[in-house]
Design a protein around this ligand. Structure first.
Ligand code: SF4
Ligand code: SF4
Length: 404
């Protein structure tokens, strides 16, 4: 019994709004949605020129800008994905706020009822934009990339003078308007001395009270295979296998997740290349091409949405692409039989970025995965992942537990 407007009502209050996760969402007739989240890259251009970046083009690249999706085209895609039951759109880039129509696209997305995830360096946050995010919340935390805690370090990573000041102003505006955000950053050797300060600052951000900042350290090469010089720099900036293990061991939560992951999802994939989530959802690049996943830009595996509807991409093209088998003998000898596949970042996208094929084992990711597996007690010092026959036994009882 409960009281409402002076009357005693003899029933439990009815719940009118039920919060569910996107994978639980069913369309009419109990059909699952084709899409729970879509990633839309609004531009490859960026006002930063980060030394480790796999995608950015100069902010004033007129050719890139002229080929970008028009506002109406983006709205058409948003309408189509909403009709497919999409619940969340992630806007990324480059720097998505470089688009002068960003607010219009954002409002259109929210009016369609979809939540927004925004990846940004925060340099272009204005009072108007922060106020808009406060008034019409995204439904998720904004993810702000942080490239240093001083103007010297930040501008060195971002490759431009004055970037740090603009980033600080951007996050101050978000804080002033109480817009929740999350911070993350690259783990670079010359930023090591600032790590404590970065983490202490992150703790002061109200929306990050219960979570540490995110880090990237096993950087991807240029995803358009467009800049060999920059690739050489990125290769030097990547965490070594030893540094990757050290990072893993300092984070008990990540270690715990990895141990659980190992025991649940590890095992040889055989010759199936796409045993991941690629092609189950959809990513759209700045020029209107549907991609199986965000970094996979192999021209053979993308579909131009100016010619084909998204529905047919999801129902016809992607399922066929997901059946592609590996043929590279080295892949078949190693990755196809390797029980570390779930621990390893090797995938068709990484293979394409590094070698221009979908099925070449990436030596760097292979070394990192083996170092982590040895640290977790899944492999002996001289063993290779594809040689182990009793892998099932090992993943059920990893030698290193979280306490161990
Ligand atoms: S801010 Fe992001 S997209 Fe821009 S250059 Fe840096 S890493 Fe690349
Ligand atoms: S660890 Fe090496 S062999 Fe195993 S899946 Fe990764 S790249 Fe392939």
């Amino acid at each position: 019994m409960f009281e409402k407007e002076g009357m005693m009502i003899d029933e439990a209050p009815m719940t009118y709004v039920k919060k569910i996760n996107s994978h639980e969402f069913l369309l009419g007739h109990g059909k699952p949605t084709l899409l729970s989240q879509v990633d839309i890259e609004l531009t490859e251009r960026c006002n930063n020129n980060c030394i480790h970046c796999c995608i950015n083009l100069p902010e004033d690249d007129a050719d890139a800008e002229s080929r970008e999706m028009s506002t109406d085209f983006v709205k058409g895609i948003l309408t189509e994905i909403a009709s497919q039951g999409c619940l969340t759109v992630r806007f990324t880039g480059g720097e998505p706020l470089l688009r002068s129509d960003f607010s219009e696209i954002y409002l259109f997305t929210r009016r369609l009822g979809m939540r927004v995830i925004l990846f940004t360096n925060a340099r272009l946050i204005t009072p108007e934009l922060a106020e808009l995010f406060a008034r019409i919340p995204l439904g998720n935390l904004i993810e702000v990339s942080v490239y240093g805690m001083t103007s010297e370090s930040y501008d060195r990573v971002a490759g431009c003078v004055g970037a740090y000041g603009e980033f600080r102003r951007g996050v101050e505006l978000l804080q002033h308007y109480q817009v929740p955000f999350f911070v993350k950053g690259p783990k670079l050797r010359f930023l090591q001395d600032e790590q404590e300060e970065f983490e202490a600052w992150a703790k002061t951000i109200p929306s990050m009270e219960h979570q540490p900042p995110g880090y990237s350290m096993n950087f991807e090469l240029r995803s358009r295979r467009d800049d060999p010089l920059k690739n050489r720099t990125i290769t030097k900036l990547r965490a070594t296998p030893e540094e990757s293990v050290a990072m893993l061991s300092r984070d008990p939560l990540a270690l715990e997740e990895m141990v659980v992951f190992c025991s649940n999802f590890i095992g040889p994939p055989g010759d199936t290349l796409f045993d991941c989530g690629a092609g189950h959802g959809c990513c759209i690049d700045s020029y209107g091409h549907a991609q199986l996943c965000l970094p996979l830009r192999d021209p053979e595996s993308v579909v131009n949405l100016h010619d084909v509807s998204l529905k047919s991409v999801l129902e016809e093209a992607f399922p066929v692409m997901r059946q592609i088998k590996a043929t590279n003998p080295d892949y078949l000898r190693r990755c196809a039989r390797c029980f570390l596949k779930g621990l390893c970042e090797q995938c068709p996208a990484k293979s394409w970025m590094e070698y221009g094929t979908l099925d070449t084992p990436v030596e760097y990711f292979c070394e990192v995965a083996h170092a982590k597996a040895r640290f977790l007690g899944l492999l002996g010092a001289d063993e290779m992942g594809w040689e182990v026959e009793n892998w099932r036994e090992r993943v059920e009882r990893p030698a290193r537990s979280v306490e161990g």
